[in-house]
Ligand binder design. Structure first.
Ligand SMILES: Cc1ncc(COP(=O)(O)O)c(C=O)c1O
Length: 452
């Protein structure tokens, strides 16, 4: 069988310390996770690589788990920024949704898979982010593919930050529009590229919070360039939605209401804002002034990170959403996500709107972590968000640090090329409102120990 070449490539990747592995969780996602084993896909052992050792299959076990250890870890490795993935209200809503609608959607949205819970969620999300209309997708990856491919094509141009998420990169390739990449957050270079582009539609695409760096795109400047050059702006707010801005409305809200950035000058914010009253009824009065607002902005956010469930949505002018319904292939040609997930997301949205304490706790933890990691030999990258990357550099060194933490019962993922540029491997520490100050202190202590 012609698999030798594939195996050679896998060996090469492993020899470079770039092998990707999966870890099998046996617990719910959360601050404490139980990892039952690590998948061993391939080993850098030259030509005669043995096949993966299979464990005996038990109900629910993965077939190629090789290092079962079933250990409990303090986790800094999820995007569950508000600690909602295992929230009782979401679980109850999911169960009630499954009782009402069953488990599977059974069809794509345009055939017969668009349920009342999906529809209600779209309406509530539109009100929450202050946009005229919303379209749900089954994943952020699919939302980006669908939106870019539906809005631009041959003869058009896409302008993309070099540190954008892979889904935006794949989306622009798929669109067949001309691709123009600018250096990370370099507005001068972007302006030049826009200036040189005379015909076709122009679409700027950017992460709002960069997923491996934790820093933010200058959205007001990007919008100003859009106005100047008659372009659209697709903002991927996977890591800002639920976390940033007023009531967690996301990065557009963050930029219009700057007095409460997540972090100010590395100092702890001792005042945790109280629980907000009002909730759903307040949405009708959502002020336009509270968000960075323009019909040019096409806003995408995911629902599997701070919102704690799964899926994504695009919020935009009605004409844009109508266009996506007609032309976004990743929307049209796929089974709708289970309606029970939409029911769980309605519960999640309620918590986002009403419980500001979680964001207050995150602010405190970010400040504590940043203050505690100042003296390390590795650079804590500038970030105001729950993504706090510790830049190590080499792949092996980063892996060793991640493993050193694991030996101390702490799970922090090592991020290596090609996800980040060569020589910029890092630990991606992600904080959750479910962490306690003691959890963060434990991580700080362990890193200091490993630095000695
Ligand atoms: C910036 C960004 N965009 C899009 C996605 C894709 O979202 P999803 O996981 O819902 O497919 C991710 C997820 O990792 C992301 O970090």
């Amino acid at each position: 069988m012609p698999f030798t070449e594939l195996q050679r490539q896998l060996d090469e990747r492993a020899a470079q310390g770039l092998q990707r592995r999966r870890h099998v969780l046996e617990s719910a996602q959360g601050v404490r996770i139980t990892v039952g084993g690590t998948t061993r896909c391939c080993e850098a052992s030259g030509a005669g690589v043995p096949p993966p050792r299979l464990l005996p299959q038990t109900a629910g076990s993965a077939s190629n788990v090789s290092e079962a250890d079933g250990k409990s870890y303090l986790s800094f490795c999820s995007n569950d920024y508000l600690g909602l993935t295992n929230h009782p209200q979401l679980i109850a809503a999911l169960q009630a949704g499954a009782q009402q609608y069953g488990v599977g959607a059974g069809a794509s949205h345009l055939v017969s898979g668009h349920f009342a819970a999906h529809h209600q969620l779209e309406n509530e999300l539109a009100a929450f982010v202050n946009k005229p209309a919303v379209l749900l997708f089954s994943a952020g990856y699919l939302a980006n593919l669908g939106a870019v491919q539906a809005l631009v094509g041959r003869g058009d141009a896409v302008f993309a930050d070099k540190l954008n998420h892979a889904s935006l990169n794949d989306a622009m390739l798929l669109s067949r529009a001309e691709i123009k990449r600018y250096r990370h957050n370099d507005m001068a270079q972007l302006a030049q590229l826009l200036e040189q582009t005379k015909s076709g539609r122009k679409l700027i695409i950017t992460d709002a919070v960069f997923s491996m760096d934790g820093d933010m795109a200058p959205l007001p400047e990007l919008l100003a360039l859009c106005e100047q050059h008659d372009a659209w702006l697709l903002v991927d707010d996977a890591h800002g939605f639920g976390v940033l801005g007023e009531d967690g409305r996301g990065s557009l809200s963050h930029f219009k209401s700057p007095p409460a950035p997540l972090l100010q000058g590395g100092e702890a914010d001792d005042d945790i804002p109280p629980l907000k009253k009002g909730g759903r009824g307040d949405l009708a009065h959502c002020e336009k002034d509270n968000t960075l607002h323009s019909p040019r902005i096409i806003y995408m956010a995911t629902l599997g990170k701070a919102a704690g469930v799964s899926g994504a949505f695009v919020a935009a002018e009605q004409v844009v959403i109508d266009t996506l319904v007609q032309h976004a292939r990743s929307y049209i040609y796929t089974t709708a996500s289970p309606p029970a997930l939409a029911a769980a997301l309605l519960a999640s949205l309620n918590i986002l709107r009403e419980d500001d304490r979680r964001r207050g706790q995150l602010r405190k933890l970010i400040a504590q972590l940043r203050a505690g990691l100042m003296e390390l030999p590795w650079q804590l990258m500038p970030s105001q968000t729950p993504i706090q990357p510790l830049l190590v550099g080499g792949n092996e060194e980063t892996m060793a640090l991640s493993e050193g933490l694991r030996a101390r019962g702490i799970w922090v993922p090592a991020i290596r090329p090609p996800t980040v540029p060569q020589g910029k491997a890092r630990l991606r520490i992600s904080l959750s409102a479910a962490h306690s100050e003691q959890d963060v202190a434990q991580l700080i202590g362990a890193l200091h120990e490993l630095a000695c």
